[in-house]
Structure formats: C-alpha cells, structure tokens
Write a protein that binds this ligand. Structure first.
Ligand SMILES: *Cc1c(COP(=O)(O)O)cnc(C)c1O
Length: 427
C-alpha cells in the first residue's frame, strides 16, 4: 500500500510477523551461523542473499536503511558510520584515480575538504561551480572523464538552495548521475529523486537522529540512472568484478540494485565504515518522529528569521524561507512545506559584538553541532573558520559578524525572548 511520508517515518522498513518484536531488534552479533560450508560459499559468491558478517550486512541496519529508502522513494540503500563515509562512498563507488567530478562549491566544509584535498590525493579531480552558475558555465565544467555531479539541497552553512532539476539535466546531458546530499532538508521537506536526482546521501547525525545521540550516514539509490547506457564510463558496474568471481553488478542486480550492492560488496568489505546496530536502533527512534520534528524545526526557523529581520541590533538575516532571501524562489519550488531550522545572521557591531552576544544567550548553547532538538549556535569566525584572516573569511562567505543559529524544538517565544535579551544587551 502506498503511504505518505509520515507513515513511512513511523512504520517503514520493518514489518514484524505474528509474534515477532514490535520494535526493530538490535542484532548485536558480528557473525551468523550456517550448517554447511556450501551455504556460506553461496553468500560469498553473492549467489544467495543472507547475513554472514556484520561488516557487510546486519539485519538491524538493513531495516533502518530500508526505511530511509522508502522515505526517499529509492530502490536500495545502505547505512554508513558517518555522513563523511556516505559522501566518500557515493562518489568513490563510480569514480577512481584519473576520473573527474563536478561539484557545487556551496557544500559542507568537511565534504569540500574530502573532495578537494583527500580524494584529490587519490587521483580524483573536482571542479567546483557556483550553485548560481549559468547553464553554459555548468556545461563547461564537464570533461570526457567526468563521472558524477554533486550538490546539497540546502547547503550547510551557506543556506543556498540548489536548483536540483537544472543540475540533474546538466548531469544527464553528459551521461552521469546527480548525487544530492539531502541532510538539511530531509525527505520530509524535499525528495530529490522527484526532481531528477539519481543518488541521495545523508549525514543522519543531524535531523534524522535529531537528538545528538549517534553519528551516522546513509546512501540511497533511485535505481533510475542507466549505467549500461554509459557502460564505457562505469566499467565497475557494467563489467565483471574479479574480486567477486566475475559478477557484473548491473546484470545480476539490475539498475535498481547494482550501485548499492557494489558499494556494499566492495567498499564496505574493504573500508569497513559500518554503522553499529546499536546506533542504527537509535537512528530509527529519531526517524519515527522526523516528520513531526521537521515541521517544528521549520516553523521555528521561519519565526526566528522573521523576528531577527525586524530586530534593530541585527545587520542582516539569511534564511531561504524568508521573502527577499536570494534563494526564496528556489525554496518555494523545492521546499514548499518548510525549509529547516538553521538561520544565519549578522550582529550589528561585527565580530566583537557577535562574540559578546553569544555569551549572553541562555537557551541556545554554543556547539559545533546543528540540526538538534536543542537550540545551538556557532560563531564560525572564532570556531570552525578560526584560522582564517578577514580576507580569507570574506572569500569563504563567512563574515566576522556571522552567527549560525540552529533552532531546536523549544517554544519559539522562549527562543525569541532569549535572542532579544542577548541582542538588547549590545545596545
Ligand atoms: C554534518 C554534515 C556532513 C558530515 O556528516 P558526519 O555525520 O558529521 O560525518 C555531511 N554533509 C552535511 C550537509 C552535513 O551537515
């Protein structure tokens, strides 16, 4: 039965049979027992499906991945130990030494570093394009060895909104998939597959977990990108894998299963960035209320953005849900039901004033985290971007007065009163 997103959040991925546990069981077991070596051999050859070692697959993780898969409207999904692992696997599964990837420049700093420094050392080149570039500039970024396009629905921390349809069309014109990091929007507020994206990644550490309890990641495949139509670009999916007795992933698992099976069979086998079953259980508790929480986070985000935009001590506010924001039109298209809870703004008086203001906050805590049940905030110029001088900060789009404020689930009147007293103390 086709259900809506809230029902999928609560019930997706696990359907107990008569007399089975109502909640997803935590299978805290590294290994699984078989009667014969032949039984096990079939699993190793990917001829039968089943569990044998938790580094490759675990039932708890599979239930939770299946839930996120349903929420995004995909055909296959896998959990990873972190969002960083998900970003790495999503690209490395289809690109290797000598290949090239086009990425939006407006992405999470950790992803930028992974791409521009660490994966570059592995021989994969990235071209970064502005999310606002023209179609001509976008087309010009592609090379014959380009294997994917990458972007974020709502970028952390820049809060730009990606024109997913336009980036998907460009990727498909050049015969490669579009990978979208959907962490800030979550499938409650945007489902990138509905706009042409092919693969979605998540840092489940943020809203999906939502309680600051467990670091994790997820990759979901739409099953729609036709690897075989561009077989020369994707030999890893379309030609035999000698490390698995010559299995050709697209032939054996179809377009719906090839990408995730390869990522599990090769990358998880060799790199082992698994999520623990215990963390997957905690993640599922978060997912069960994600649709309810996202509504509240988004409402609080908009209310706080509106409040700040009228406050005399505030120099500027960026929130895509705010009329007049440069990304308002894209937010209306891609995030009609709500944006997220993260707002950035500048305090009048610059860097010193921003630091003084944050010290006065009583409800919002100073943390590097975002997208949590508890409101938190960060002054990037004195934390994540601390090493940069004023010119470097300007180039990174981080002004000295910028405060990143992540609205939690508290009552918005209390958040406003807290902001108001801290801002007024500057006057
Ligand atoms: C936090 C974050 C990541 C990295 O995820 P971790 O779980 O911290 O490894 C990736 N993308 C976005 C958008 C994030 O906010």
């Amino acid at each position: 039965m086709e259900t809506k997103i809230g029902t999928k959040c609560v019930q997706g991925g696990y359907t107990p049979e008569n007399g089975q546990p109502r909640q997803i069981p935590i299978i805290q077991s590294t290994t699984f027992k078989y009667d014969t070596s032949e039984d096990m051999g079939k699993l190793f050859d990917l001829e039968a499906s089943g569990y044998f070692y938790t580094r490759l697959q675990n039932p708890t993780n599979d239930h939770v991945a299946a839930k996120i898969c349903q929420m995004e409207g995909g055909t296959a999904a896998m959990l990873t130990s972190s969002g960083q692992a998900a970003s790495f696997y999503s690209v490395f599964n289809i690109a290797s030494c000598g290949d090239h990837v086009v990425s939006s420049s407006s992405i999470y700093g950790g992803t930028y570093n992974l791409f521009a420094v660490t994966m570059k050392r592995m021989g994969i080149e990235f071209t970064f394009v502005s999310p606002d570039c023209t179609d001509e500039e976008l087309d010009a970024a592609f090379r014959p060895n380009t294997k994917a396009v990458f972007g974020e629905t709502i970028a952390n921390p820049a809060l730009t909104v990606l024109d997913i349809e336009r980036f998907a069309a460009a990727a498909h014109r050049h015969g490669v998939p579009l990978i979208i990091d959907n962490t800030f929007a979550t499938p409650v507020n945007c489902r990138p597959f509905e706009w042409g994206a092919d693969i979605v990644t998540h840092s489940t550490t943020k809203y999906m977990d939502g309680h600051g309890a467990g670091v994790g990641g997820c990759i979901v495949d739409s099953g729609r990108f036709d690897w075989t139509a561009h077989a020369d670009k994707f030999p890893g999916l379309c030609t035999p894998d000698e490390s698995y007795h010559g299995v050709t992933y697209t032939e054996r698992f179809g377009l719906e299963g090839a990408y995730i099976t390869k990522a599990t069979a090769q990358l998880m086998r060799d790199f082992g960035s698994i999520q623990s079953p215990q963390n997957a259980f905690l993640l599922n508790l978060g997912l069960e209320s994600l649709h309810v929480r996202m509504q509240r986070h988004s409402e609080n985000g908009l209310a706080i953005a509106q409040f700040l935009s009228q406050h005399p001590q505030v120099a500027w506010v960026r929130f895509p849900g705010l009329p007049g924001d440069p990304y308002h039109a894209l937010a209306q298209k891609y995030l009609p039901g709500g944006v997220c809870g993260v707002v950035s703004f500048g305090v009048k008086g610059g860097r010193k004033a921003a630091e003084a203001f944050m010290k006065r906050l009583r409800i919002a805590a100073i943390e590097t985290h975002v997208a949590d049940a508890r409101t938190c905030c960060l002054h990037p110029a004195s934390a994540t971007h601390r090493q940069m001088n004023e010119q470097e900060l300007a180039a990174a789009g981080v002004s000295g007065d910028l405060v990143r404020y992540s609205c939690g689930l508290e009552d918005k009147e209390d958040l406003m009163a807290d902001l108001d007293q801290a801002l007024n103390s500057l006057a």
